[in-house]
Design a protein around this ligand. Sequence first.
Ligand code: 1HE
Length: 260
Amino acid sequence: MSHPHLHFERCGEQQEIAVIRLARNAKRNALSDDLILALRSLFENLPEGVRAAVLGGEGEHFCAGLDLSALTERDAAGGLHHSRMWHAAMERVQYSPVPVIAALHGAVVGGGLELACACHIRVADDTTYFALPESSRGIFVGGGGAVRIPRLIGTARMVDMMLTGRVYNAEEGERIGFANYLVPKGGAFAKALELAQKVARNAALTNYAITHVLPRIAEAPGDQGFITEAMMAGITQSAPQAKEFMRAFLEGRATKVRAS
Ligand code: 1HE
């Protein structure tokens, strides 16, 4: 589904990277319903050959969250269904067929932070800041943040952010777990692309296990986690790509692990 506020392109030597940009700068990339639906559709229909995705935002900010102009029109039932619609879209990002790397700058707030947290890796430049201003708008998180954010930074920090409107800057955001990488101003996209290219070289089935199975194992009781892990270990190592990677190492053709 094409959308005027969602830019899509492919890059990389084999066009293996999908680059997706929120492109509604006039409203600071605020997420309207149709934009959320377009995002969902885009992740559901990633073209063949894409091995990793980068998600960023055009303009001064990654995303100002929910488009507040639509909020006044909804009653309780409408709000519930709206939140479930967001959940479906965020789930398409989290359980995208390929890993998704968020390139963050400027405001990453409210639903924008929920979107960033549905991605698998987050790169922030030093203009980035993280906030949950929902309480100052008289609402609650609705895009999966109540589940995903405590898993990244802990419930106590999220409670503080929501009660007091606390804003974490880029450095603090990296320290507490919002960002995996912190880079100088303007560098988030390039770093995210570099990471996406690395990720795209992994065995596809291993990437799938990491993004689809690992988070579920982490939430399962240990006993179920161990057996699921063992099954995934068996499945991934039986793939032809795994056999080729092993052979390459044993024949001295693969890169070694070195301290960076
Ligand atoms: C918007 C939105 C928006 C900007 N919905 N229109 N999110 C928030 O509470 C954040 C609200 N936004 C802001 O705090 C600021 O706009 C920013 C810090 C993001 C950017 O500031 P700035 O000075 O660069 O831009 P601006 O002048 O405030 O905004 C430019 C325009 O974008 C302006 O419209 P204009 O017609 O007057 O030019 C703003 O009204 C518009 N705009 N943000 C609608 N969010 C699933 S539940 C999720 C719940 C939430 O996400 S709650 C948090 C909502």
